[in-house]
Design a binder for this molecule. Structure first.
Ligand SMILES: Nc1ncnc2c1ncn2[C@@H]1O[C@H](COP(=O)(O)OP(=O)(O)OP(=O)(O)O)[C@@H](O)[C@H]1O
Ligand SMILES: [Mg+2]
Length: 405
């Protein structure tokens, strides 16, 4: 069918033609926004899930919802080994600009505090030319949010900016993607700041997104974090939503899928949003015409798999060293062995495996393998949701690895 009209959108953070299966989260978020704007108690929000389930896309959709309500919003993506101060300054600068009620004295003050906060990124003794501020023209306000202790500074900054938003009758929302990559100090500061602003009933919320172990990262930092954040697991789509993600965009282009085709698609995608887009795109391009049939899916699937093998799986596998690759492959083997023991007959067991079983596959001790495991955790290729067990962050990764050999 006409590739120019192909509606599907595989890609990191690519807005899907149809945002299927996220109505509950969107509705709940609207309630949160309205409550927070009225000074009602609400928890900040954290979205967790595997690679490619649609966390970034949902985060962006929530941000749009906040913008529609007139909130000031800013977004950042955490990176390992990158301190929070700079990217957060930029995000908050954007948020204050969006609040945009002229350039009154309070706004000048708020921006001045933000500037002082940002300038600490280079250290207190930095020369003027090395100081960094996110293009803020307001003069820095000294003595607030510039102690150099990120926890103190963040509390002061969010308190001041929250006050600014409250005066405008609006709210301020900060969106943090890949939140598991924040350093321990920054996580702790962020929790403390959220704690403080919620006690002060200020209209500020943090919305985070990250891998499934993010709640563990937060609670390791502050034990009260479980009460601070409302955790939402973003998962693969159920059958009706997966069908809608394919059928609705097709209908827009006057095309449709047969029931057979939808069966076959769910079989190969497992309802994972990234796979829905990737297979959808390949099937559309290769199908001779509408309706798209089960046979078209069978013909196009290998093409989609080839592309996934390079882009989605291969690019990640390549980031692992040879020793780490052995560990990943052993995880896949251990998962299959466990599935056989428990009678799970799906080709792609998604659950976690015991690190002891992985070690047994390699004939090593778990201790000897812990450097490889830690490196993989740091690269975000695996995660540990519970002690002694480990799982892939990438859906269908085990299947991919076993197909390689
Ligand atoms: N609700 C949805 N319905 C249909 N397609 C979706 C949905 N959510 C996301 N997608 C599609 O899935 C793909 C992955 O989305 P996204 O990048 O948001 O995932 P992610 O969870 O952030 O992944 P990662 O952990 O790798 O950052 C995109 O191509 C997007 O268009
Ligand atoms: Mg993402």
């Amino acid at each position: 069918m006409d590739p120019i009209r192909n509606p599907y959108a595989p890609g990191a953070g690519q807005r899907p033609p149809e945002l299927a299966g996220r109505d509950d989260q969107l509705t709940a978020f609207d309630v949160v926004l309205q409550r927070v704007a009225r000074g009602r108690p609400e928890r900040s929000l954290v979205l967790t899930g595997l690679r490619g389930v649609g966390k970034t896309v949902l985060l962006n959709a929530l941000r749009s919802a906040a913008v529609r309500q007139g909130w000031g919003t800013g977004k950042l993506e955490a990176r390992p080994d990158q301190p929070l101060r700079r990217p957060l300054s930029s995000a908050l600068h954007q948020a204050v600009r969006e609040l945009g009620h002229g350039r009154g004295e309070e706004v000048e003050h708020g921006l001045g505090v933000l500037r002082a906060f940002a300038e600490r990124a280079a250290g207190s003794n930095a020369k003027l030319k090395d100081r960094w501020s996110p293009g803020i023209t307001a003069p820095a306000v000294r003595g607030r949010a510039d102690s150099g202790d990120i926890e103190i500074d963040l509390v002061e900054l969010l308190t001041d900016l929250g006050g600014l938003a409250a005066d405008a009758g609006k709210g301020l929302a900060v969106f943090i993607d890949e939140m598991q990559d924040l350093g321990p100090e920054d996580v702790s500061a962020l929790c403390a700041a959220c704690h403080e602003i919620s006690q002060a009933s200020l209209p500020v919320i943090v919305v985070g997104a990250g891998l499934p172990h993010l709640p563990a990262v937060l609670s390791a930092s502050k034990s009260y974090s479980e009460r601070l954040f409302s955790y939402q697991r973003i998962d693969r789509l159920g059958r009706p939503e997966a069908d809608r993600a394919l059928s609705a965009p097709a209908a827009e282009e006057d095309a449709e899928f047969t029931d057979d085709a939808l069966d076959a698609m769910y079989d190969v995608t497992g309802g994972y949003p990234y796979f829905i887009q990737a297979y959808g795109k390949a099937v559309w391009d290769l199908a001779p015409g509408s309706p798209i049939t089960g046979e078209d899916v069978a013909v196009a699937a290998p093409e989609a798999e080839r592309e996934l093998a390079v882009g989605f799986f291969g690019s990640r596998f390549e980031r692992a060293t040879p020793g780490e690759r052995d560990y990943l492959c052993a995880m896949a083997d251990a998962a299959v062995a466990e599935a056989e023991r428990t009678g799970d007959d799906s080709r792609d067991p998604v659950g976690a495996v015991a690190t002891a079983d992985v070690a047994a596959v390699l004939g090593r001790t778990p201790q000897a393998l812990s450097p490889a495991r830690d490196a993989l955790l740091k690269k975000g290729l695996v995660y540990s949701g519970e002690r002694g067990r480990i799982a892939f962050t990438v859906p269908h990764f085990g299947r991919y690895l076993r197909d390689q050999t």
